[in-house]
Design a protein around this ligand. Structure first.
Ligand code: FMN
Length: 251
């Protein structure tokens, strides 16, 4: 079973590639949460995996919240995680391992995929140049068969890219992230054509169209799916996204 979360498709691609290799069922965490589906029965020798993007050098809050409520009937034969990040992950593995331990799971392997950056909500942060994005995706595709092999062999493994000052980033910046991350700065410009793409792609179902324009309702992970998928580039995040690029997996 593969539990996954993804805003802009990078993590979905990784989750799907691994799930297909093992003919595993995929569970989309935001949907499971909305439906209150926290209890799952495992077949004998079934393994479980968790795939998600790195947010501020940690696992996204909703992933931790889901794990906290998760109830498994049966013991997984192997527990793995695959994370996607733009650059590095800090102490995500250590912190996520603790979350899993709280529900009695031991993390056997942690795989790290560098993928195109999606975070644009801060001055100075932008999407990768197309050639950088392409190279990251090419390397991730090259790495996938090795990861699948390791999962098949139940390898004990970790290749997390921690980056500089991992403790500070994950514990100081990362733990404060959701205190200031908010959907309040999102707005649509007059380029908006009322197509509803933003509402459709929002993993949290946090956007509705009112008078033909998107309205954000406060249940946001700032995954930026709305910003990146807008066909008219009509969604902005305050002044922070002015003049910046768009990206989502599959283009
Ligand atoms: C809110 C937010 C915070 C992020 N924080 C980090 C980070 O701390 N380190 C990093 O390398 N990438 C960071 N990123 C980039 C994403 O982890 C990366 O682009 C990921 O592959 C996006 O996955 P998705 O397409 O499945 O949503 C962040 C992206 C967002 C939207």
């Amino acid at each position: 079973m593969v539990f996954y979360y993804s805003g802009c498709g990078n993590s979905k691609f990784i989750a799907q590639s691994i799930a297909e290799a093992f003919d595993e069922k995929m569970i989309f965490i935001p949907e499971a949460q909305r439906n209150g589906d926290f209890e799952y029965s495992l077949a004998e020798k079934e393994m479980i995996g968790f795939v998600f993007p790195i947010y501020s050098w940690r696992s996204p809050h909703l992933v931790d919240e889901f794990v906290e409520k998760l109830k498994l009937n049966g013991k997984p034969s192997y527990v793995w995680t695959a994370v996607t990040c733009g650059d590095n992950v800090g102490e995500t593995e250590k912190l996520f391992r603790k979350e899993l331990e709280k529900i009695g799971l031991n993390l056997n392997a942690a795989f790290c995929f560098k993928m195109p950056n999606t975070y644009v909500n801060m001055i100075g942060m932008n999407v990768d140049k197309p050639e950088v994005a392409e190279e990251k995706i090419a390397k991730a595709k090259e790495k996938l068969p090795n990861v699948i092999d390791m999962i098949k062999n139940h390898a004990e493994y970790s290749d997390m890219i921690k980056g500089a000052f991992p403790r500070f980033k994950s514990n100081v910046i990362g733990s404060g992230f959701y205190k200031w991350a908010s959907d309040e700065p999102f707005f649509s410009t007059d380029e908006c054509i009322s197509c509803g793409m933003c509402a459709k792609v929002c993993p949290m179902q946090n956007i509705t169209l009112e008078n033909g324009r998107p309205v954000w309702h406060g249940n946001c992970n700032t995954c930026d799916a709305c910003y990146h998928h807008c066909p008219k580039h009509a969604i902005q995040y305050g002044k922070a996204t002015r003049g910046k690029g768009q990206y989502f997996f599959g283009v």
